[in-house]
Design a protein around this ligand. Sequence first.
Ligand code: HEM
Length: 188
Amino acid sequence: MAGDPRHPATDLGGFVRELGAFVLFDDDDAAAIRTSAPLVLKHEAVLTASVYEHFLQHAGAARFFLRPDGSPDLERLERRRHSLARWLTDTARASLDPVGLYGLLGIGIAHSHRAHGPGGAIPPELMVGAMSLVQTNLARILAQELGDAAAALAASVAWNKLLLLHLSVLLHGYFVPWREADRRPAGC
Ligand code: HEM
């Protein structure tokens, strides 16, 4: 973490473990996530659809999902909705296993260095915004499903810690430099 000159990707497991300790993510949080996972995942389709519907209402986010004629590309949206659902299902395991974390870094790079498809690379603030939308949806679902306010709060707190650990890894994709030399026009 802070003060360590190595790139976090050299030991992503260690980096996230340390950040997890910093945000007080402990075994009780992991257990709260795993216990509430079935309650959350039964709303997965509605949650992911609401995030992508929200994207379509904002030009800055919608542009990644539009056809050349400006209409929403429903197939692309459906594929992305499934990607988000897959990530949510993996997240619900509350695992900080390095293999999963490197997969997450790969997802970050797929957004930060996106070189094809409409819109190009996804701005980092939209990653932060998307995570906020997920948090908002989760808090509502947990309140509705758990009924008991204290249990819903404990579960929300646990999920929020883990989601921000994930966000930290996703954003590290943005700190991986392009190979500038390869992007220079020939002869430069
Ligand atoms: C919580 C934040 C997000 C998560 C967890 C997430 C998850 C994912 C996953 C798992 C994939 C598949 C990556 C792969 O095939 O390796 C993906 C791809 C993609 N996502 Fe996201 N996403 C997030 C935010 C966003 C946002 C904010 C946008 C745009 C507004 C976006 C647009 C896309 C696009 C366009 C692709 C396709 C990338 C490509 O062309 O290969 N995502 N996302």
